[in-house]
Design a binder for this molecule. Structure first.
Ligand SMILES: *[C@@H]1O[C@H](CO)[C@@H](O)[C@H](O)[C@H]1NC(C)=O
Ligand SMILES: *[C@@H]1O[C@H](CO)[C@@H](O)[C@H](O)[C@H]1NC(C)=O
Ligand SMILES: *[C@@H]1O[C@H](CO)[C@@H](O)[C@H](O)[C@H]1NC(C)=O
Ligand SMILES: *[C@@H]1O[C@H](CO)[C@@H](O)[C@H](O)[C@H]1NC(C)=O
Ligand SMILES: *[C@@H]1O[C@H](CO)[C@@H](O)[C@H](O)[C@H]1NC(C)=O
Ligand SMILES: *[C@@H]1O[C@H](CO)[C@@H](O)[C@H](O)[C@H]1NC(C)=O
Length: 456
């Protein structure tokens, strides 16, 4: 604390050229992409024989409607409208230049028969399904190699009816990895807005190998005890913006990923420029803002701001392990309120979970310039469990202006960790009281959308 004051006011700005038009604006909002005007052509799912009674399976109607709309792709695209009703369906795939638009009282229901969720190849950066080896079930709403796709609605609902999948998981009756509710692979220009997503079998929204992804004003709901029901998981994706969401699920609210051990290392597709603003939520078993545990392709340039978490197990969490390789660097989480959170800040290098025996235990992750600042927490049990990997370079963390009301008598537990702190209560663990030899440990961003290094 005393030594930190001697450094106060020193500001080193290292501008990074921001080449993307997707950069954040100064007001901490996603820069709006030039939205495609209303699609010149629109059809209703009822024109393709769909019946919104909650019982009739409408997979063929969705597939036929989307097949028909292919011919409008080069004419400004088309809209598929889903009116009020309960539309039961299996998995279907979107096309480029399509808007899937739900009415306020429209509910798309995922089939409860696993046969309606076909199998697809595992992701190359995972080498296998995340839960089980081999193929995996395709998401309810799927998109591969697309451009300019919108899923929106007047707060209509996409309900995965995931409880059958959670039961299969608990009873060990799964044959393949569970499906997501929405997955986009290798797609660019994806907008997901103004909808409620509920009861996903697995992670709800999963953009992987994507760029220019905008998730805005969505509600994501799943029971607090439902297994692995992450909210939004940007994975090996760049230029992602998530804002104004309410997410209450069983696992991580938002988890940033980039592939798994040797598969993620060789695929080498990082996640970067991920911006997250104004998220309210809670999670039964996960964290509010998580990075990892799959981060082998690297994660950098993450900014999460205005995060309000309550009744949750973890607040901010970085999960990694020997064998992951990769890096997590240039991360800023700021303006956080936590209420009734068991463990506020968790950084673990012992997460474990490997895809197979082929991983290289000497592939150690680089964790540096992780800044967490302006955090208030009430009814917190542990302030921080910060454990790097013995024998690896210590993880570099910077904590600033953090005030937790904690119940544990040992609020901080640190090992293989280094960094800096300023105005942290309760008094932080010894390794973080030191002034770092290299001042670049603290990461910040300026208001122009470029990045800078801030030495407090
Ligand atoms: C990704 O999508 C683009 C089209 O947008 C396509 O040209 C490319 O082959 C795709 N890459 C892979 C690995 O499928
Ligand atoms: C959308 O619907 C959900 C419930 O389905 C509700 O909790 C939420 O408040 C609604 N959001 C808006 C913006 O109306
Ligand atoms: C797994 O396979 C068995 C045997 O083919 C089948 O009876 C069961 O329904 C499958 N489980 C799921 C969740 O698809
Ligand atoms: C989402 O809702 C907001 C607020 O009602 C509205 O301004 C915006 O245009 C909507 N977005 C889309 C894509 O419908
Ligand atoms: C902190 O917790 C104590 C009890 O543990 C309580 O008396 C106090 O009011 C709390 N302070 C704040 C700011 O919540
Ligand atoms: C610190 O955390 C480690 C790992 O979770 C645990 O083994 C150890 O007992 C803890 N130490 C204290 C003093 O709580």
């Amino acid at each position: 604390m005393r030594r930190s004051n001697t450094l106060l006011g020193l500001l080193l700005v290292l501008s990074l050229i921001c080449e993307t038009t997707w950069a954040v604006s100064g007001s901490s909002s996603c820069k709006q992409r030039k939205m495609t005007a209303l699609r010149p052509h629109s059809v209703s799912i009822t024109e393709f024989g769909a019946i919104g009674d909650g019982v009739t399976l409408n997979t063929i109607a969705f597939q036929n409607a989307i097949f028909y709309l292919r011919s409008f792709a080069d004419k400004g695209g088309a809209q598929l409208f889903v009116p009020a009703g309960k539309w039961l369906t299996g998995s279907f795939s979107l096309i480029s230049h399509l808007t899937l638009s739900l009415d306020k009282d429209a509910v798309i229901l995922g089939s409860t028969d696993s046969i309606d969720w076909p199998l697809i190849d595992p992701l190359p950066s995972y080498g296998r399904g995340r839960e089980l080896p081999g193929e995996r079930h395709q998401s309810l709403i799927h998109g591969s190699n697309l451009k300019d796709v919108v899923i929106t609605g007047d707060n209509g609902t996409i309900d995965g009816q995931g409880s059958v999948w959670w039961d299969w998981f608990h009873n060990k009756n799964l044959n393949y990895t569970r499906p997501h509710l929405v997955e986009f692979i290798n797609s660019t220009g994806v907008v997901i807005s103004n909808l409620t997503f509920s009861n996903s079998p697995f992670w709800a929204i999963h953009p992987v190998y994507c760029s220019q992804v905008h998730v805005q004003r969505v509600t994501i709901l799943a029971p607090l005890d439902s297994p692995n029901t992450d909210g939004i998981d940007p994975d090996s994706s760049t230029d992602v913006c998530i804002e104004d969401c309410y997410i209450s699920t069983g696992d991580d609210i938002i988890a940033i990923k980039s592939g798994w051990d040797e598969h993620g290392i060789s695929y080498a597709r990082p996640s970067s420029n991920i911006n997250i603003y104004r998220i309210l939520g809670r999670t039964g078993d996960g964290a509010g803002i998580a990075i990892g545990s799959e981060m082998s392709g690297g994660v950098s340039e993450v900014r999460a701001e205005d995060i309000h978490l309550f009744d949750s197990k973890h607040g901010i969490r970085i999960k990694t392990s020997a064998g992951r390789g990769g890096y997590v660097k240039n991360i800023l989480v700021s303006d956080v309120i936590m209420e009734n959170v068991d463990m506020a800040i968790m950084i673990t290098g012992q997460y474990g979970e490997h895809p197979d025996e082929q991983y290289n235990p000497n592939a150690l992750p680089l964790i540096e310039r992780i800044t967490i600042k302006d955090v208030v927490g009430t009814n917190i049990r542990l302030a921080g469990l910060l454990n790097g990997i013995e024998g690896d370079d210590p993880f570099e963390v910077c904590l600033s202006n953090i005030m937790f009301n904690v119940s544990s008598e040992l609020p901080w537990n640190c090992s293989s960790i280094t960094g800096y702190s300023d105005m942290v209560s309760p008094n932080v663990c010894e390794p973080l009281r030191r002034v770092p030899e290299d001042s670049s440990v603290c990461y910040s961003t300026d208001s122009q959308g470029s990045s800078s290094l801030l030495v407090l």
